[in-house]
Write a protein that binds this ligand. Structure first.
Ligand SMILES: [Zn+2]
Length: 323
């Protein structure tokens, strides 16, 4: 059942089968002209069914709706392939459109994670089973690029694009100044911390993420509309908690490296994780993969900050603390 958050603004909970996230929050701004839908769900029947039922309940015609996708992850982007029609506008960001245009499969990412100590045979099996690759998008509709400061006007709402790289390279939130609403995608969540992962050399996603948190801190926000879990009013407090969380994680990684060099995979195995498993070896391989990406984001941050350095031996990267 769609929940009315404000006049003509609704949340539809879209179930996410086979993922630990449970559901995605799709937001609909209803208008007698064209309505706007923010984020969609996986390319999966259950997601399509939930969205279409929701649209029907609130009187939104999918053929007279446009879409804004906060970022490329399949739980937000995947279903657009089945929703977009000839007259549909799909708003997206340039950095991630380029990822789609230049996509060469998972090869480069696998090579990167292998040099960081991950057992590759296990990873290949996990990739095949991962809902992101199973329920991703096979066809991509034409995308309209939006950037910082661009405004989408729907009914009484003027939604302003706020670029927030970190969770992904081109992640973009929407801010509505009159209603003081912040549609956060996966930039700011309550109850869970957004994944910040590093999957390529030359990037520093955690530094980008922390900068994006600092950037939005000054916004006047009465209610946060996140991509998952509950809506919440504590905007500044949650930003502060997320910054603190990553500072603690950085300290933890430094402590783990106190006794010598380790690969990103080995660091991940020693970090503490909020997951129901008796130990690292019992983690599902997909969780080990995410954890390694998260460890690498923190290692990269520390490396760029001059706190640690890498040594490469037989194509394997190990990180060492600088004292
Ligand atoms: Zn998400």
């Amino acid at each position: 059942m769609p929940q009315e958050i404000a006049q003509d603004l609704f949340r539809i909970k879209v179930p996410l089968p086979e993922t630990p996230l449970k559901y995605l929050n799709a937001y609909v701004v209803r208008s007698p002209g064209r309505s706007l839908v923010v984020d969609t769900g996986l390319n999966h029947d259950a997601c399509l069914d939930a969205l279409l039922k929701g649209f029907k309940k609130i009187g939104v015609d999918p053929d007279r709706a446009d879409y804004f996708i906060t970022h490329l992850h399949s739980d937000h982007f995947g279903l657009i392939t089945r929703l977009a029609g000839e007259n549909t506008r799909v708003y997206f960001n340039r950095p991630e459109a380029e990822i789609i245009e230049n996509w060469q499969g998972f090869g480069p990412m696998l090579a990167y994670i292998e040099t960081n100590g991950f057992p590759l045979d296990r990873l290949k099996a996990a990739l095949k089973a991962h809902p992101g690759s199973k329920f991703g998008t096979d066809w991509v509709p034409p995308l309209q690029m939006l950037a910082e400061g661009d405004v989408i006007r729907v009914g009484d709402y003027a939604l302003e694009c706020v670029e927030t790289p970190g969770h992904t390279l081109g992640h973009t939130c929407l801010y509505e100044p009159t209603h003081r609403l912040f549609i956060a995608g996966d930039h700011i969540l309550a109850g869970i911390t957004p994944n910040i992962q590093c999957w390529a050399e030359g990037r520093n996603p955690l530094r980008e993420y922390l900068a994006s948190l600092e950037k939005v801190r000054r916004y006047d926000v009465a209610l946060v509309l996140p991509g998952h879990r509950r809506l919440f009013p504590q905007f500044q407090e949650r930003i502060q908690e997320l910054i603190f969380h990553h500072q603690e994680r950085l300290d933890e990684v430094l402590a783990i490296l106190a006794n010598g060099g380790l690969t990103g995979y080995d660091v991940a195995a020693r970090m503490s994780w909020d997951i129901l498993a008796s130990g690292w070896d019992d983690f599902p391989v997909a969780q080990q993969w995410f954890a390694t990406g998260e460890a690498l984001a923190h290692l990269r941050y520390l490396e760029d900050a001059g706190r640690i350095q890498r040594r490469i031996d037989q194509d394997i990267v190990r990180f060492y603390r600088l004292t």
